[in-house]
Design a protein around this ligand. Structure first.
Ligand SMILES: Nc1ncnc2c1ncn2[C@@H]1O[C@H](COP(=O)(O)OP(=O)(O)OP(=O)(O)O)[C@@H](O)[C@H]1O
Ligand SMILES: [Mg+2]
Length: 317
């Protein structure tokens, strides 16, 4: 029997993240999982941060970067968020504070914020904040996040930690500056009524910590990895699970997609044999720790609510 994801029915997860390497069926699984919960009456948002819009394809309608009701699926909403939009949101959220900090000791244009916003990793860093805002905004019971392919997701998970490290260094730096200004108080007048630099920075720190706490909270967040029964899939899964372990994030479910069930020709018989070999390896590797749920290879691509529903039924048994 194919173990199912039905455990999740009894839990009240707020965020489900779907990860895995490119092309393994992440968007398909994320859509099927989101559809499943929306049909249970949960207001569900599926969010794709893939640079190439994919939800529009699978749901056969234009979705884009605004929360959009999915046709033929009550309670289900979708959004495809591009890095430009995330960067814009980052600027709206942090721009004024960064400017406040910098302009208190240097005379600079607001353009400076654009300059900082151009630093690599900013948008990924903000993505998690943005998702948390959506989760906590109260508009949705559940957010399902179809992440961009491969290592990208893991980089995202590392970021709050890296961010905190940066902040630590930055805080020390500003402390020094601050005491310097304190000493010069009489000669250099800091504008009145402003929050201290440390107050602003500790606000950022709180935010980064909140994100880390949330994604580590097994009551609220769930990570599901999608893979394929091939050597590459086994290797990549190993790496992802290891990385998650390092960050104290637990993976409970692994979806093995494109499994050949019936083989009525030599070609498919060989493929099935090859796949079964890797499924066995995955089972041995994770037995008792991570549950494996298989999705059979379908003769057709998975498009439209009706076919996605079939995948939901397979996943939730
Ligand atoms: N079990 C399946 N049987 C047949 N086709 C499938 C199955 N699962 C997914 N597909 C098809 O495979 C293609 C890739 O799936 P999907 O877009 O979900 O992968 P992805 O991991 O999101 O890819 P990317 O990394 O590019 O975002 C799609 O055309 C989808 O319809
Ligand atoms: Mg995808």
């Amino acid at each position: 029997m194919n173990p199912s994801l039905s455990r999740l029915d009894k839990e009240q997860k707020r965020l489900i993240m779907i990860g895995g390497k490119g092309g393994v069926g992440k968007t398909t699984c994320a859509s099927a999982i989101a559809l499943h919960f929306s049909l249970q009456g949960k207001r569900t948002l599926i969010i794709s941060s893939d640079p190439t819009p994919s939800l529009s394809d699978i749901f056969e309608m234009e979705i884009g970067d605004q929360e959009t009701a999915i046709k033929d699926a009550p309670n289900l909403y979708g959004i495809e968020i591009s890095s430009e939009v995330v960067l814009k949101k980052w600027k709206e959220r942090f721009g004024p504070e960064i400017f406040e900090i910098v302009s208190s000791f240097a005379s600079l244009d607001y353009d400076f914020v654009d300059y900082i916003g151009g630093a690599p990793g900013i948008e990924e860093e903000y993505m998690l904040n943005y998702i948390l805002e959506l989760v906590e905004g109260g508009q949705y019971d559940l957010v399902v996040w179809d992440t961009a392919p491969a290592g990208h997701t893991l980089r995202l998970l590392h970021l709050p930690q890296i961010f905190l490290k940066h902040l630590e260094a930055a805080t020390k730096f500003y402390m020094n500056l601050y005491s310097y200004f304190e000493k010069l108080k009489d000669t250099v007048k800091l504008r009145k009524g402003k929050r201290s630099l440390l107050e602003i920075i500790s606000g950022w720190e709180d935010l980064a910590e909140k994100v880390v706490r949330f994604i580590r909270d097994p009551q609220k967040s769930e990570f599901i990895i999608v893979t394929i029964p091939e050597a590459l899939g086994v290797k990549q899964t190993e790496r992802i699970v290891q990385d998650f372990d390092d960050y104290q994030l637990k993976v409970n479910h692994l979806i093995v997609n494109y499994v050949v069930r019936e083989a009525d020709c030599e070609f498919h018989k060989q493929r099935r044999e090859m796949q079964q070999n890797y499924i066995k390896i995955l089972q041995d590797q994770y037995s008792g720790r991570i549950q494996l749920t298989e999705i059979p290879l379908s003769p057709r691509e998975i498009k439209g609510v009706e076919r996605i529903k079939k995948i939901s039924d397979i996943l939730f048994g």
